[in-house]
Ligand binder design. Structure first.
Ligand SMILES: Cc1cc2nc3c(=O)[nH]c(=O)nc-3n(C[C@H](O)[C@H](O)[C@H](O)COP(=O)(O)O)c2cc1C
Length: 259
């Protein structure tokens, strides 16, 4: 591993990164374009590049077509202002495979307080990392109207207990039944359990803006099973009415958001 370090690499940084399991590079900001002057085996394993393709180059070669330009700007600003920066940025391996890179770039100062090096640490976030953006939940309210769910990720739990991916067409309005409507209708309109997954690495930079409208009943409205939803086959599951506020509090306690 020692041969990975160039002669120019400083001894204390040699020992700092050489045996680290975390992919790491050291750059020299005193040289033109802040080139990498040392890297470790973990960096070569992660990226697939060899020493001669790494040493002497600015680390921007890991960026590519879909790399978030605003995150590259964040790193550039941090480098210019000599402060540490932590980003999760889309990078590419030598073979073109995209990966999410949890990247820390930090300045290192000499004993006189002069900027000497930058240390970069790259951690690959696996594509199958817990990619749940919003965990499984039902909405407590009456009805939710959702605009802008086109950028994938929304899943509904079916009666069979399987997650079903939903791809609403452009401009569609998603209407969801909430817990209050479920109770009002004696469970005939079940509150849908849903979750939102993170997109795959190559789409994670695309913003997923959606706009939910949560329709709640006024706090003092009594949630009383609708008579039309009660018959011999469907006895009233909720004989005691409850105010919308008490129901909200009860549900918040049940899901651990209130004590
Ligand atoms: C030590 C160090 C490590 C870096 N590692 C990465 C990296 O792993 N991935 C990346 O996209 N950019 C990385 N960068 C940022 C790029 O080198 C460059 O600063 C960034 O792309 C913004 O500059 P540019 O707009 O001139 O390309 C690193 C920078 C430094 C100083």
């Amino acid at each position: 591993m020692a041969e990975t370090m160039t002669a120019a690499a400083p001894t204390r940084l040699d020992s700092l990164i050489a045996n680290s399991p975390v992919a790491s590079v050291v750059s020299n900001p005193r040289l033109q374009d802040n080139p990498i002057i040392a890297c470790n085996q973990a960096f070569k394993d992660l990226t697939g590049y060899d020493d001669d393709e790494i040493i002497g180059r600015n680390c921007r070669f890991l960026a590519g077509a879909e790399t978030e330009p605003w995150l590259s700007d964040t790193i550039r600003d941090g480098v210019r202002e000599r402060r540490p920066v932590l980003v999760e940025i889309l990078n590419y391996k030598k073979n073109g495979t995209p990966f999410r890179n949890a990247l820390l770039v930090a300045p290192i100062f000499d004993t006189a307080g002069e900027l000497e090096f930058f240390l970069g640490s790259q951690v690959e976030i696996p594509a199958d990392a817990p990619g749940i953006r919003a965990g499984a939940h039902g909405d407590i309210n009456l009805i939710t109207l959702l605009l802008g769910a086109e950028e994938g990720g929304l899943q509904l739990l079916t009666r069979q207990g399987e997650w079903l991916s939903i791809a609403p067409p452009e401009g569609a309005l998603v209407i969801n039944v909430g817990d209050m409507l479920e109770r009002l209708t004696n469970n005939q309109l079940p509150s849908t359990i849903h979750r939102v997954l993170n997109p795959p690495p190559e789409r994670r930079h695309i913003p997923r803006y959606s706009m939910p409208f949560f329709l709640h009943l006024a706090s003092d409205v009594l949630i009383e099973t609708l008579p039309g939803c009660i018959d011999a086959d469907h006895p009233n599951l909720y004989p005691s009415p409850i105010t919308a506020n008490d129901f909200l509090v009860q549900r918040l306690i049940e899901i651990g958001l209130k004590t």
